[in-house]
Design a protein around this ligand. Structure first.
Ligand SMILES: [Fe+2]
Ligand SMILES: [Fe+2]
Length: 401
């Protein structure tokens, strides 16, 4: 069976039974060794940087793997160490971090997935794919934003179908509702849109993810960091792409850490304080400090249209704003792009809040919104589109420097 056919067959049929049958047919069955795992779905290109990315892919059982890559389709380089002297391996997912790459460069790659049978390990060679590293020095950049998909497969498939290729896709939180079932983190983050949907959401744009309040909920929320690669290890980060500096903040829960609903699992208050200390420093970093455009992403808005009414839960993250507002104003943030409220909204800058607040849509098809951004030397333009691709909002900014 050809590699692609075999992978499709596994996706459609359920991994365990197919792998078991394949082993029995080749006489590899051995109760002392785990069943080999094979790739499930498309590899996901995450955590793009100017000098690397991380390739993360699902497997159907314990497997090891590596990545072949290069600037031509001949590849020529191999990344096969996890940095601890072992081959990257896992029962659900394999992660391979590529470093030392050239800025703003297209790389071709493929993932190789191997079982753990020592005599004749099952081996699967993935198809040739590509990604592009970020460029801090490019004259222009483009990006797309999803938010609050909440595992609504139809919405995700439709969002994917209208999402153009760009320098990165920012998934702005509430990927989930909560994490309580083994396996669902890998499913939701790496193969979104439903089993066998084939949604190839990082085929043309690498992924950056920010957690939403729902992504820190559930007894398995601590597993998210095992499946989501971040540029710098923490769930918040900053980077430059072309003329735009992006600061990506994790607003955490929308409730106090001691709220009874959270069962003592949340510790977002110390995290937001740590982010505040980091933010104070990052706004001084060359390239961030003096960027022509300055954009913040965070799941929960920092402003809302009606901040006085008691909605029963937080429409905006007052806790985050109290900690971060001073630094954001000092930096000259032009816009904060968020989700969370499930209502697309735009709030103009004011004297008190000199950054605009853009909010995308919700998980249901009529609410869902794709946000795109395009920046060059003349302007940075945000567009908000519904799932029919109709532009419902257009917000231009002039460069600051
Ligand atoms: Fe949400
Ligand atoms: Fe939310």
């Amino acid at each position: 069976m050809a590699n692609m056919d075999r992978r499709t067959f596994i996706q459609l049929s359920g991994a365990g039974s197919v792998v078991g049958a394949a082993m029995a047919a080749t006489g590899q069955e051995n109760p002392q060794t785990p069943a080999p795992g094979l790739a499930v779905g498309n590899p996901v290109v995450m955590a793009p940087r100017t000098d690397g990315v991380e390739i993360v892919w699902r497997v159907s059982g314990l497997a090891k793997g590596y990545v072949e890559y290069g600037t031509s389709k001949d590849l020529g380089n191999v990344a096969r160490s996890d940095g601890w002297g072992l081959r990257p391996a896992g029962k659900e997912v394999i992660r391979v971090r590529l470093e030392g790459l050239e800025e703003g460069t297209t790389y071709h790659y493929r993932v190789i997935t191997e079982g753990f049978d020592t005599k004749t390990p099952a081996l699967e060679t993935g198809p040739l794919r590509s990604f592009r590293t970020l460029s801090a020095s490019a004259e222009s950049t483009s990006f797309c934003v999803w938010n609050d998909t909440h595992k609504h497969d139809e919405t995700i498939r439709n969002l994917a179908s209208i999402t153009p290729a760009s320098d990165f896709l920012l998934w702005n939180g509430d990927v989930s509702n909560d994490w309580n079932r083994e396996g669902e983190v890998a499913e939701a983050v790496l193969t979104p849109g439903g089993a066998g949907s084939g949604v190839d959401f990082t085929g043309e744009s690498p992924l950056l993810l920010l957690r939403g309040n729902h992504d820190v909920r559930g007894i398995l929320a601590h597993q998210v960091e095992d499946y989501v690669a971040m540029p710098d290890g923490k769930p918040w980060y900053a980077f430059r792409s072309g003329p735009v500096a992006f600061i990506c903040m994790d607003t955490g829960e929308d409730k106090s850490d001691n709220h009874p609903y959270l069962f003592g699992r949340a510790a977002c208050e110390p995290m937001r304080i740590e982010e505040a200390a980091w933010l104070e420093k990052i706004i001084e970093r060359p390239g961030i400090r003096n960027a022509p455009y300055r954009v913040v992403f965070c799941h929960i808005p920092l402003r809302w249209t009606d901040e006085e009414t008691d909605h029963g839960f937080d429409y905006f993250s007052e806790r985050s704003r109290k900690l971060w507002h001073g630094s954001l104003v000092k930096w000259g943030a032009q816009i904060v792009v968020s989700g969370h409220t499930h209502q697309d909204a735009y709030i103009e800058p004011t004297d008190a809040f000199p950054y605009a607040q853009l909010v995308g849509g919700g998980p249901k098809m009529p609410q869902a919104r794709l946000i795109t951004g395009n920046a060059n030397g003349e302007e940075l333009v945000f567009r908000v589109l519904d799932l029919a691709g109709k532009e419902v909002r257009r917000i231009p900014f002039s460069p600051l420097a």
